[in-house]
Design a protein around this ligand. Structure first.
Ligand code: SAH
Length: 410
């Protein structure tokens, strides 16, 4: 990526109709931006010229007043600017269309034949920081996670409508990230028809029902698609414990792959009810399948059954960097007790979806758990996100999902 550098003379504050503020960085703080990192924190900024109070487009300059990037400014967020482009182009509907064409090509080339549900836009990984768009068959679900991108909602809806034939576009912007940005939750129809209570999707020959209004994330864990396929290929004849099963997607794949028995464990009744529907829909609601409403932390510690294969896919235990050390305790506890429940030669699929926990730290924590459980363990594979959840090489923070497939030798 070669940033186009222009001098400040050509773009004095006020002379540019697109940008209403100019941000001047401290010496040396331009390097990450020039290297393609999209986040500029408040500490990197020397001065702001123009409107400092409102959210909107900003031009970014280095300390020698050279133009380097254009992004979205939020005076209330720690991430003061999210860079959208390193070219002097207007931020408008056409801009978002161009980004979306690129994103859509990836999905259409590689996913079109395997699934009717995928992530169409994955924020920074698709060069639109703060935006998530998931496709569930003929409906789209959007999440606007930054107040800057929230201002472009209409342009984004128009851009995506122009590219993808959808019956309706639904918004599901809520949660911690929005709270931190200082924006209210926003949920409802953005365009077209309201989605049905449950949208039916097909993934690798399996059927699932997605509740885009109340389900976790935008309704389904699209990010585990490839890991489900791997699990299915290793499940034949196995007795499986699927902890944190949510709507039972891993369970359906395990039974589809020939598992002898699968216990789906979750603390949420609605999640288990949906899992029950998914198992029935895929012909898996037989004596081989059991649903268990329980706290995984307590169950794993207290149960005395042994399993051939355990899946551990807890919700994020570290929402912020500061939570990481407490979270490692939670991951260690879960993995320690899972190891104790796995038969010799058995497998553990263990995950962390905490953005702040690196794969190396996660593996160290799991290693500590294996040692404390007195088990000898090999790593068969490291797991991550599928191709519709791309991670920008310039923004490694986007790699939130980490997993390990482990074999317990003795
Ligand atoms: N593995 C799932 C996604 C898991 S999401 C999939 O691939 O679809 C995390 C799940 O953990 C949620 O369904 C939530 O209800 C459940 N959960 C949260 N805390 C729990 C606990 N202490 N014990 C059991 N389940 C829990």
């Amino acid at each position: 990526m070669v940033p186009i550098v222009q001098t400040v003379q050509a773009v004095r504050p006020g002379s540019d109709p697109i940008s209403v503020r100019h941000i001047f960085l401290k010496p040396g703080r331009d390097r990450p931006v020039l290297n393609g990192h999209p986040w500029i924190f408040s500490g990197a900024i020397a001065t702001v010229e123009g409107d400092q109070e409102t959210i909107g487009v900003a031009d970014v300059f280095d300390d020698r007043k050279q133009w380097i990037a254009r992004g979205l400014y939020n005076p209330k967020s720690q991430i003061r600017i999210r860079v959208l482009t390193w070219e002097r182009e207007p931020i408008d509907r056409d801009f978002f269309s161009r980004r979306m064409v690129q994103a859509l090509a990836l999905r259409e080339n590689y996913l079109f034949t395997t699934t009717t549900a995928y992530r169409l836009i994955n924020g920074e990984g698709d060069l639109i920081p703060g935006l998530v768009v998931d496709r569930y068959h003929d409906f789209l679900v959007c999440q606007f996670f930054s107040s800057g991108i929230d201002r472009f909602k209409q342009d984004i809806v128009a851009a995506v409508s122009g590219l993808v034939r959808a019956r309706g576009i639904f918004e599901r912007s809520e949660g911690r990230v929005r709270d931190e940005e200082g924006i209210e939750p926003s949920v409802g129809v953005l365009s077209g028809e309201a989605p049905p209570e449950l949208i039916s999707i097909d993934e690798n020959g399996y059927k699932f029902l997605v509740d885009v209004r109340r389900g976790q994330k935008t309704g389904f864990f699209l990010d585990q698609r490839d890991n489900r396929v791997l699990l299915s290929s290793l499940a034949r004849g196995q007795i499986v414990l699927n902890c944190f099963s949510y709507s039972g997607a891993f369970s359906v794949y395990a039974l589809g792959g020939g598992a002898k028995k699968v216990i789906s464990l979750d603390s949420s009744k609605p999640a288990l009810e949906l899992a029950e529907q998914h198992l029935a829909l895929n012909g898996c609601a037989t004596e081989k399948s059991e649903l268990l409403k329980a706290d995984a932390f307590i169950y794993l510690k207290e149960c005395d059954t042994s399993f051939d294969l355990v899946v551990l896919d807890p919700p994020s235990l570290a929402h912020k960097r500061i939570d990481v050390s407490a979270a490692t305790g939670g991951y260690k506890f879960l993995n320690l007790h899972a190891f104790k429940r796995i038969k010799r030669g058995g497998l553990l699929f263990t995950f962390s979806c905490s953005q702040h926990l690196s794969i190396d730290l996660f593996q160290k924590v799991v290693f500590g758990a294996a040692v404390d459980a007195g088990r000898r363990v090999t790593v068969l594979k490291r797991l991550g996100q599928p191709i519709d959840h791309p991670v920008s090489l310039h923004h490694p923070e986007g790699e939130y999902l980490k997993g390990l497939v482990l074999r317990v030798l003795d």
